[in-house]
Design a protein around this ligand. Sequence first.
Ligand SMILES: O=C(O)C1CCN(c2ccc(-c3cc(CO)ccc3Cl)cn2)CC1
Length: 322
Amino acid sequence: EQFTIVESAHTVPQRVVTNDELATFMDTSDDWIYPRTGIHQRHIVDNENTSDLATSVANKLLLKSGITAEQLDFIIVGTMSPDNLTPSVAQQVQGNIGAVNAFAWDLSAACSGFVYTISMASALLATKYQRGLVIGAEVLSKLVDWEDRSTAVLFGDGASGVLLEKTPEQVGLLAESLKTYGAQSEFLTAGHQRNSNHFTGELSSADPYFHMNGREVYNFATRQVPAVLSEALEKADLTADDIDVYLLHQANARIIASIAKRFGQPIEKFPINVVNYGNTSAASIGILLDELRQEGVVHAGQKVALAGFGGGLTAGALIIQL
Ligand SMILES: O=C(O)C1CCN(c2ccc(-c3cc(CO)ccc3Cl)cn2)CC1
């Protein structure tokens, strides 16, 4: 489909929490965290919720592009940490910015949320719509058990997004490979809702926290990310060498390095900023994309590959002509 990324933006909470600060109240250390994850710090909300971060990104996209909220046809937000079951984050953003002509909904695909959402937006732009916002927004700090050092050190809060617009130019989504492995869903869970009613009493208790089988998810990622990248490249009739930059979900620096190695591509093509943000799930690829666009490292004319992977379990790759 033909769309152009008119603008990108990202917003992270002001508070920075370093590994050393975590070590003041948790039995962990920078010496344990950094070598295993590549993370030195993460941003954690004070009083903002997911919809506030997403609204900030939406406002930045409108400001930077000169597009008005009324000109938007749709808003999709990828998130696994919404403020509410309803209204969705996207619907809160729509109201906050006054995008009266946009229909809005959230897409829940954990760390594949950004790539699944761009794919859905691309399909809308290929039919009858002209312009929309794709946002990835997470406040994972509300889902973390801050006494479980195996997960608390991995995650961060943040939001990012792109303004996509239909275009006659031969640019946009060249190919995709979106996969779901529901049979392995129990390896990464969060936010279980209490299930009970007048007639049955409690059927299941609430369990807000993240639970992750790190080894299984790690192995899943190192196997399935190369698979979805290869399938998308094949569909686009391209080789791994044709891709200028690989923008992978920033879950863990070692995982990215092992994927680059398996893929036989230089690590320089796999930028990593997990060091500053931790794992921000659906927001991570958009934060990286915006930083690299602002630095001019990512620009028009390039072929980029985006790949998300994680809860669901899900994995997804997009090949985009900028
Ligand atoms: O080396 C160690 O001891 C541990 C080994 C386990 N690790 C992991 C494992 C899985 C993830 C992860 C998480 C998500 C959730 O968004 C998505 C995708 C991934 Cl690949 C992140 N870190 C941390 C270091």
